[in-house]
Design a protein around this ligand. Structure first.
Ligand SMILES: [Zn+2]
Length: 62
């Protein structure tokens, strides 16, 4: 399954992720351990709540 690394925005295969982290029942996958470390240092910056947010609308227009 393809997913997006929340730190660098890279498309990655969940089976090939270098690291994973579960936050608020969502699993995040990372392309590298350095992205994982950045995520852990500041998770609020990368975790987006379910549903639309202003940031989401700006990125996707939906
Ligand atoms: Zn990454």
């Amino acid at each position: 399954m393809e997913t997006t690394d929340p730190v660098c925005g890279m498309q990655i295969d969940t089976e090939k992720a270098a690291a994973t982290e579960v936050v608020l029942e969502r699993t995040y996958h990372f392309c590298s351990t350095s992205c994982h470390e950045k995520f852990l240092a500041n998770p609020d910056q990368y975790v987006t709540p379910r549903g639309s947010s202003p940031e989401h609308a700006r990125r996707h227009g939906c």
